[in-house]
Design a protein around this ligand. Structure first.
Ligand SMILES: *Cc1c(COP(=O)(O)O)cnc(C)c1O
Length: 221
């Protein structure tokens, strides 16, 4: 399957739904990314700061960059002014660093709170029980603006996926009904190549697709 065909199929499966596609281009070359770009994709996702800034410099200027990987505090300075949306806000320490660095540049950044919905010790994100406390901290910020939630679920069968995504949907909707300062539930970022159909069923409006667009990743290169 070509990148072009993969995109046609994904778009067909989303027909009539308001769901944004992020092409997760980690490990991919500019040439591969160019194929997705030529099909109209403008949202790209990267998970490593160094790769992201290289591609940011080399690739089209009208791209919206999504930072989807764990972000170390000491690397925040490299991404200021370059990302459209940070999906991986996963600690108060990172929140504070983002606020500080963006304030210094008199600039703003949109971010999603990453939820570790599966309580998987190998995954980043905050637990559902910590959300209230986390949002209180977000309300104190001016330069980091919360636009929703993101999750990476643990692997499992269809039922497992649906159950995890449903928990996220309920959280997203509950928070969306409430009034917070600086916190809005606009984006629910969930679903990857293998499970995005179940995510969309449960209200995801931003899916992050890597292998489903570009083919299998090769980490040996
Ligand atoms: C790699 C990655 C994806 C895409 O995964 P695929 O299985 O290739 O679709 C999505 N989200 C995050 C956070 C990732 O690191």
């Amino acid at each position: 399957m070509t990148i072009e065909n993969n995109l046609i199929n994904i778009r067909e499966s989303l027909e009539g739904k308001e769901v944004g596609i992020i092409a997760v281009s980690k490990t991919r070359t500019i040439q591969e990314m160019e194929k997705a770009y030529s099909q109209g994709i403008r949202d790209f996702g990267e998970n490593k700061v160094q790769d992201f800034i290289t591609k940011y410099d080399e690739f089209h200027k009208d791209v919206k960059w999504h930072f989807i990987g764990h972000l170390q505090k000491n690397k925040v300075k490299y991404i200021v002014g370059k990302v459209f949306l940070i999906h991986s806000l996963d600690s108060i320490k990172l929140l504070e660093e983002l606020e500080k660095k963006y304030a210094k540049e008199n600039s703003f950044v949109d971010a999603l709170i990453q939820i570790n919905i599966s309580k998987d010790i190998k995954k980043w994100g905050i637990f559902i029980e910590q959300v209230e406390e986390f949002i209180k901290e977000c309300e104190k910020c001016k330069h980091v603006r919360i636009k929703g939630l993101m999750t990476v679920i643990s692997k499992g069968n269809e039922k497992h996926c649906r159950d995890q995504f449903l928990l996220m949907k309920n959280l997203f909707e509950d928070l969306g009904k409430r009034e917070f300062k600086n916190v809005n539930m606009k984006y629910l970022s969930m679903g990857m190549s293998g499970d995005y159909a179940y995510a969309v069923e449960n209200g995801s409006n931003l899916i992050r697709i890597g292998e489903g667009i570009f083919g299998k990743r090769d980490y040996s290169k």
